[in-house]
Design a protein around this ligand. Sequence first.
Ligand code: HEM
Ligand SMILES: *[C@@H]1O[C@H](CO)[C@@H](O)[C@H](O)[C@H]1NC(C)=O
Ligand SMILES: *[C@@H]1O[C@H](CO)[C@@H](O)[C@H](O)[C@H]1NC(C)=O
Ligand SMILES: *[C@@H]1O[C@H](CO)[C@@H](O)[C@H](O)[C@H]1NC(C)=O
Length: 505
Amino acid sequence: MPLFSGFITCFVLIVTCIHLAGRIDRAIQIRRFKQRHGCLPPPRQCHKDPVLGLDGLQSIFKVFREYRFLPWAQSKYCSLGNTFQTSILLSTDICTIEPENVKTVLAVKFKDFDLGEKRRQALHPFLGDGIFTSDGPQWEHSRTLLRPSFVRTQIVATNMHERHIQKMIEMIPRDGSTVDLQELFFKLTLDTSTEFLFGESVDCLSQSTAASANFAYHFNQAQDISSVRMILGPFAPLAMTSKSRESVRKAREFVDGFVKKAIDYRKTVDSEKGTDEPANASTRYVFLHELAKQTSNTTELTDAILNILLAGRDTTASLLSMVFYVLARRPDVWNTLRGEVSTLDGQCPSFEQLKQMKYLSWVINETLRLYPVVPTNGRTANADTFLPLGGGPDGKSPVFVAKGQRVNYDVYVMHRRHDIYGPDAEEFRPERWETIRPGWGFLPFNGGPRICLGQQFALTEASYTIVRILQAFKGITSRDSEPWQETLALTLASRHGTKVVMEPV
Ligand code: HEM
Ligand SMILES: *[C@@H]1O[C@H](CO)[C@@H](O)[C@H](O)[C@H]1NC(C)=O
Ligand SMILES: *[C@@H]1O[C@H](CO)[C@@H](O)[C@H](O)[C@H]1NC(C)=O
Ligand SMILES: *[C@@H]1O[C@H](CO)[C@@H](O)[C@H](O)[C@H]1NC(C)=O
């Protein structure tokens, strides 16, 4: 017996020692790393519960429910500085609005950071192994697959949009009754993106077929569930009910149908011509047909299309909704913009003409500054690394980031920094873009290797839509007395929509 218990004690001791030695070794390794790079700790947010950070989690849920997560985040930076650390559920996150740090995470040390498991877990059931859910070689593969199809799309976009925009304009009442433009914009962008991707629109602005109305419904459901899963983090599986599984399945089935058609189309074209270009030069551009040139794996194509649909639909709708939200409150901006648009004499603008509309681009940038569509984001370190700024009492020293640690960056707050945009940073003033060049301090489309692939496409679609609406209406009045509040899902939207009255020309 004594021999046996002695053996156990000995064993436990050895295991403890190995464990401790590992911990000590790791601590020494971290200390050396910090010394080598001159890292100092950033300010730490005070917690009542410093171990689990449960109070922090509680306040996040509270401000989230009260639709003021973003102003709350802003006030935290205001009291703690541009870079700080905060405890959430046993882990310590770094939060930053320092352009140099954001640039480091997204570009300079791109290879040291991943999206993080949370996002992958939340989105994987719906989006599969697409560009939004993958890192490393798999992401590179997705990006390589998609990029060529984007290069050729930009100019074609405008003609295709016209039909849908006219339909939307028809839906805007002309008798002085109130309309929520945000609702219409979300339908518009679903119509345009499905046309662009499949070559056939779900036409939810007009009477669509039962199949496509169903798709619109299930796609929205699947997307809502994905954003809930994102918020729940480790508790994400709780949000997966049989109803939501059904929506995911139905949405994917609908896309599968188009994918199969596209593969058949490719086969016919290839066998007829023996080359990869369709015989008919006037053939309409269909994104899925372009993609199918590169792979005939249906799972891969369906994943790719769903990822693009998610990336391109709400984002552009959100930008448009916010532009008109502002216009309804700023007759001066509305009038200046109408002045610029009037140079077109009511004609449809070409891609080149849109690019030359200076004031329009200022309005769009100023909207993306104050209401960035992706207002908060983050990455997880996959190796020990460091950020250039934020450490020490003066915040000028580098900050250590341990492998597995999360770095959050809040674009919404960064876009309102007075030292970047001036003391009137909270004001909507398009003219500031005449002189300002904020570099990494302005980041609506992200930066570095993972910069938004659809930036040009989105800016063209948004500009074109704004111009066409301004050509059809001479006045806009807000019908919403509430202050602005956020709706934060995968993207930002206005909680009270964009309720306005439009006055036709
Ligand atoms: C105003 C409109 C848009 C905004 C503000 C916007 C913004 C962004 C942002 C911030 C990201 C980075 C997300 C991250 O890595 O965490 C992103 C990525 C992406 N966007 Fe956009 N986007 C817009 C429209 C579009 C459109 C219309 C498309 C496609 C038709 C698109 C396709 C993509 C894709 C494929 C990615 C993933 C890139 C990658 O991870 O390599 N976006 N976008
Ligand atoms: C090209 O398109 C036109 C109109 O869409 C069609 O009438 C014609 O048959 C097509 N030609 C070929 C070779 O596909
Ligand atoms: C199709 O792609 C998926 C992932 O995108 C992969 O798991 C599967 O093995 C591929 N199938 C074929 C037949 O290559
Ligand atoms: C708007 O912002 C983009 C960066 O997203 C920048 O390249 C462009 O120059 C800005 N436009 C103007 C008019 O300053």
